[in-house]
Design a protein around this ligand. Structure first.
Ligand SMILES: *[C@@H]1O[C@H](CO)[C@@H](O)[C@H](O)[C@H]1NC(C)=O
Ligand SMILES: *[C@@H]1O[C@H](CO)[C@@H](O)[C@H](O)[C@H]1NC(C)=O
Ligand SMILES: *[C@@H]1O[C@H](CO)[C@@H](O)[C@H](O)[C@H]1NC(C)=O
Length: 375
């Protein structure tokens, strides 16, 4: 008797091991997935798979040099915000949605595209605009419903965290450029249009079941290396700060309004704008030697966007010690800086990340029904 009892026991144990170790096709409700949307702040390499130009790609040396070999397509020397957030949340690296090798998105998906704006006009034809990113998310929602059934798919989508960084390109590609879509709108009209389109995408995610939405404010771009390099006397473009501040104010109002009107909607807003500005003004306080000039590029402040030598301008310099710099290229921060932002987005207090930080979204006891069921 004792001998025959052994076999079924072993079979049961190995089945349990298989269930717990395989994620494919199995939704494990202990994990809160992360879905990511936006621009180069979050793009893990989606632009490697679209028809575009090296201006909108970063899949060549020295991009990634501090962490990814070969370069992944991230616009930094290493990891980006969503990589650190996934790590803190106990998730694997979130898969790049357009990479044909990826088909398992149970831990989330990253749809972000370098150069994308909230307006379809921003860098149209070279990027995956935000509306299209939402459409891809809709395809994934259908895939979850097919593979998991409606109940599990809905649980996955309502537990998930949705992370956004978008808007900067709508202003960078327009302010001070008479051919741009900003002309002849006033700042107020233009910002209303950008926020209107962002809101449409947030509502789209909400309609598909998303509840926890995290935003990074857009940086105040006036004195960024790329902006100064393009101006006579290398001055800052104060108009950019005015319009990006207005954007961030309107975004805050809109998120509060959505929280009041949409049942169960929760948001986390990280003040990236202020954190970048503090480091530009006082780099040494945060461990940097250089806060105004990029590490990789050429021209004034290495602000000409030539890092890697594959864009219009071929010559570029690379600094000796990347971690001394706040900016890696003319528009993007170094991994050291991005890790600092990620830590503040994750568990910064309410004057940096409000009203919830991401740690609360992933680990906190939030009082929504879906979360209560899980606890
Ligand atoms: C844009 O147009 C206005 C009015 O025609 C002109 O005064 C201004 O200098 C132009 N700005 C640029 C950047 O071309
Ligand atoms: C979205 O942007 C387009 C321009 O791309 C604009 O015509 C439209 O009014 C905007 N939508 C909202 C809701 O503001
Ligand atoms: C680079 O800079 C960092 C911070 O200033 C310093 O800790 C590190 O030793 C430097 N590395 C090299 C190779 O000089």
């Amino acid at each position: 008797m004792a001998v025959t009892n052994y076999v079924p026991l072993l079979v049961i144990v190995s089945c349990l091991l298989m269930l717990t170790s395989s994620s494919h096709g199995h939704y494990d409700k202990e994990h809160i997935p992360l879905f990511v949307f936006g621009d180069s702040l979050f793009d893990p390499g989606n632009n490697n798979y679209i028809n575009t130009t090296p201006d909108f790609q970063a899949n060549y040396w020295p991009y990634g040099v501090s962490y990814f070999h070969p370069a992944s397509g991230r616009f930094s020397d290493g990891r980006i915000l969503s990589d650190f957030i996934a790590e803190y949340a106990g998730l694997p690296l979130i898969p790049t949605y357009l990479d044909p090798q990826n088909d398992d998105f149970l831990y989330g998906a990253n749809f972000a595209s370098g150069g994308a704006g909230a307006l379809v006009e921003s860098n149209a034809g070279f990027v995956v605009d935000l509306k299209t990113q939402l459409e891809y998310f809709g395809d994934l929602e259908k895939q979850f419903r097919r593979n998991l059934g409606d109940a599990k798919a809905e649980q996955l989508l309502s537990n998930a965290v949705y992370m956004f960084g978008c808007g900067g390109n709508d202003y960078l590609s327009s302010v001070g450029n008479n051919d741009s879509i900003l002309y002849p709108y006033t700042h107020e009209q233009y910002v209303r249009m950008v926020i209107g389109n962002l809101t449409d995408v947030i509502k789209g995610i909400y309609e598909k079941g998303g509840r926890k939405i995290a935003f990074a404010t857009i940086p105040l771009l006036a004195c960024w290396p790329s902006v100064r390099a393009g101006r006579v006397g290398n001055t800052c473009n104060e108009e950019l700060d005015l319009i990006s501040s207005l954007h961030n104010q309107e975004l805050t109002k809109k998120l509060q309004e959505l929280e009041n009107h949409l049942d169960g909607f929760m948001y986390s807003k990280f003040d990236l704008a202020n954190e970048v500005n503090k480091r530009m003004r006082n780099p040494s306080k945060y461990g940097f030697k250089v806060g105004d000039s990029a590490c990789c590029g050429t021209g004034p402040f290495r602000g000409i966007d030539s890092c890697g030598g594959k864009r219009e301008v071929k010559e570029f310099e690379l600094c000796d010690n990347i971690s001394d710099y706040l900016f890696f290229d003319s528009n993007h921060c170094t991994e050291v800086a991005i890790r600092q932002y990620a830590e503040l987005f994750w568990d910064g207090d309410s004057d940096v990340t409000t009203p919830y930080n991401l740690k609360a979204f992933f680990q906190g006891e939030l009082t929504t029904t879906s979360r209560m069921q899980q606890l």
